[in-house]
Design a protein around this ligand. Structure first.
Ligand SMILES: *Cc1c(COP(=O)(O)O)cnc(C)c1O
Length: 405
């Protein structure tokens, strides 16, 4: 009965439970259909409404919705004035886009190490990476837990740096009683289907700074404006517009925005369910030896996107690879977030030292992402815990002397 599925035993469940999945309600579908029947598929009222609703939720005066989270990061960097040669300190335990956006601007991502307990970028490491070329810090709220924003803010203030928060994981989270989106100079969100709220593809930039907001707006729409206050020469009639910057077409469509409006309405429900699963996991995993989970000082104000479990592979005398494969065989669609960005072949070829961040590398060797999403049932969550317990118990018992371990 305890024979692992990877060794020919019966799996905990049949069929693979994915690590992330969107939840689409009938009301979401109806909202999209309504836009399809309207006059505007893009640049219409739904986009404005989505931006306003998001602005309210994240408590930021200015929100621009864009095509995806990567576009949001790109224009946040452009708005921050990142130029060729500028250095930007970034967390390495993130999706590549958090650093790619710096490269898009000709800047240089500099990786600071993570904190071994919170798995977010370490303020001490940020301090060590600052040079006279440093222009900004990109803090990623890993898994949905806000980075140490107080400390990072004071580092940024001391050195005159712009703080960009990649909040792709943390929509709906709060830090020190403030909403994510109202804290950093520029905050970016993603609405990819695995994220807490989806628009299919989509993203947004939030800011409280009117000047940044204006630049975000400009760069997301070709650098073109019809705003008379911004134009350099006299208005030449109603048709007249000017291009002031080399911008991009990063617009979101009204079809996507309609889905977003509808999904945002269910954010409180999504947040509650995600917290419920996280707290169940934490309770259970606290009793399983040689595993540890992310330290979150304020779980009641966090909306988690990812649940990563760290396995003490040394004590279990195995590899992350074995545990990963064993859990997949048990029917648990585990994943890994993330290979440190500096170890991706593209970054390797740019000359990044694969050993530049010790904690990030240690984390990578032990991390496995478990399923966490709102289309999971309680019984799905029990299967996840059951499979982890089964694999760990086998490794500590029968499997302790097994060669295939
Ligand atoms: C998902 C994600 C992004 C990119 O978002 P897209 O909408 O897929 O472009 C950026 N940063 C992090 C940390 C993410 O998880």
């Amino acid at each position: 009965m305890n024979k692992l599925a990877i060794n020919g035993g019966n799996p905990v469940r049949s069929g693979l439970l994915g690590y992330g999945h969107q939840v689409i309600a009938q009301s979401d579908i109806e909202a999209v259909v309504q836009v399809l029947k309207s006059d505007y598929l893009t640049c219409g009222p739904a986009t404005k409404e989505f931006e306003n609703k998001l602005a309210q939720i994240v408590n930021a005066p200015y929100v621009t919705a864009v095509a995806n989270g990567t576009a949001a990061l790109h224009i946040a960097c452009l708005a921050a004035g990142i130029r060729p040669g500028d250095e930007v300190v970034v967390s390495p335990i993130t999706f590549a886009a958090s650093a790619n956006c710096v490269l898009y601007c000709g800047g240089v991502p500099v990786f600071a190490d993570i904190d071994p307990i919170t798995w977010n970028i370490s303020p001490d490491s940020i301090r060590q990476k600052i040079t006279e070329k440093t222009k900004a810090v990109i803090a990623v709220d890993f898994g949905g837990c806000p980075a140490a924003l107080d400390d990072i803010r004071s580092i940024c203030d001391k050195h005159g740096l712009i703080l960009i928060e990649d909040a792709a994981h943390s929509l709906g989270s709060q830090y020190g009683g403030e909403c994510v989106g109202s804290i950093a100079d520029l905050t970016t969100f993603s609405f990819h289907p695995v994220k807490t709220v989806t628009t299919g593809e989509g993203g947004a930039v939030a800011t409280s700074n009117a000047e940044f907001a204006q630049r975000v707006e400009l760069f997301s729409k070709h650098g073109i404006t019809r705003d008379k206050k911004l134009m350099t020469s006299k208005d030449d009639g109603d048709w007249y517009y000017e291009q002031l910057e080399l911008g991009y077409n990063y617009r979101i469509s009204d079809i996507q925005a309609a889905l977003g409006i509808s999904q945002l309405g269910r954010l409180p429900e999504f947040a509650r369910r995600r917290r419920e699963i996280v707290s169940y996991y934490n309770e259970e995993f606290a009793h399983i030896p040689h595993v540890s989970f992310q330290f979150d000082p304020a779980p009641e104000s966090t909306v988690r996107h990812l649940y990563v479990l760290r396995f003490d592979t040394e004590a279990l005398r195995t590899s992350r690879r074995f545990i990963f494969d064993a859990l997949r065989c048990e029917g648990i669609g585990v994943n890994v977030h993330y290979l440190p960005v500096f170890r991706l072949p593209y970054y390797d070829q740019l000359g990044y030292d694969p050993n530049c961040c010790i904690e990030a590398n240690l984390f990578y060797d032990q991390a496995i992402t478990l399923p966490l999403h709102c289309s999971m049932s309680d019984s799905d969550a029990r299967d996840v815990v059951g499979a982890v317990r089964k694999v760990v118990e086998w490794l500590m018992g029968e499997g302790a002397d097994d060669d295939v371990r």
